[in-house]
Design a protein around this ligand. Structure first.
Ligand code: FE
Length: 189
C-alpha cells in the first residue's frame, strides 16, 4: 500500500516539475491536492515511520527527490510535543493524517517576532500551506497531551538539508539550524 500510494504521488510531482518549470506559483495548488489525497486515508504509513520519540518530535523521510527538488516527510508528534518557532525558506504543504495539530504563525520584521492571527487547528484530512513569499514562520504543536499525532509534509526542497532559522519569541533572536531526519529503516519504491 505504501509503495503504491507514494510512487503515484512522486510520479505526479515529477510530472508537475517537468511541466511547470518548478515555479512555486504553479506547483503549490496541484501539489496541495496531491497531499490532500494522501491524507484522505490513514492506512498506508509504515509503522517505522509512525514511531514517536519520548522527547522529540520526529521527521521521517518518505521520499527525497534525487535532485533535492522536493521531499516528502512524516512528522510524528509524541503527546504534548511541539516545534520551536522556525521558518522553512521553501514552500510546503502540511496534511493531517492522524490526531490533530495546532499552528501559530508569526511575522518577523528583522528585529521582532509577532504572532499573526489566531492559532489554527488542523484535523485529519485537512491541509495547510506555507510559502516564503507570504508567511513561512510558525510554531506547531500536537493538539493532544495523551496521544500521538502525525502529519505528512511535502516541501519544495530537501528540508532535512536546508539551512533555516529558529527564533526566540521574547527577544526575536534567530539562530541557524539544519533539521536533518530521524532514523528509520530505509524505504524503497
Ligand atoms: Fe514547519
Amino acid at each position: 500500500m505504501f509503495r503504491k500510494i507514494i510512487s503515484e504521488t512522486v510520479r505526479k510531482l515529477q510530472h508537475l516539475y517537468e511541466s511547470m518549470d518548478g515555479y512555486e506559483e504553479n506547483l503549490l495548488q496541484p501539489a496541495s491536492l496531491l497531499i490532500k489525497k494522501l491524507v484522505a486515508s490513514d492506512n498506508w504509513l509504515p509503522c517505522a515511520q509512525a514511531q514517536p520519540h519520548p522527547q522529540y518530535y520526529q521527521q521521517y523521510p518518505l521520499y527525497i527527490d534525487p535532485h533535492d527538488r522536493f521531499s516528502l516527510v512524516s512528522f510524528v508528534w509524541g503527546p504534548g510535543q511541539s516545534t520551536p518557532i522556525h521558518n522553512h525558506t521553501v514552500w510546503g504543504v502540511i496534511g493531517m493524517l492522524r490526531g490533530a495539530e495546532i499552528e501559530q504563525r508569526y511575522r518577523y520584521d528583522g528585529f521582532l517576532l509577532r504572532p499573526t492571527g489566531p492559532t489554527q487547528r488542523l484535523m485529519p484530512g485537512e491541509i495547510s500551506c506555507i510559502s516564503p513569499d507570504t508567511e513561512d514562520i510558525h510554531k506547531v504543536s500536537n493538539a493532544y497531551t495523551d496521544r500521538v499525532s502525525i502529519s505528512i509534509h511535502l516541501y519544495g526542497g530537501n528540508i532535512g538539508k536546508i539551512e533555516r532559522n529558529i527564533y526566540d519569541e521574547d527577544t526575536g533572536q534567530r539562530k541557524p539550524f539544519i533539521s536533518g531526519y530521524a532514523d528509520a529503516p530505509p524505504l524503497s519504491l
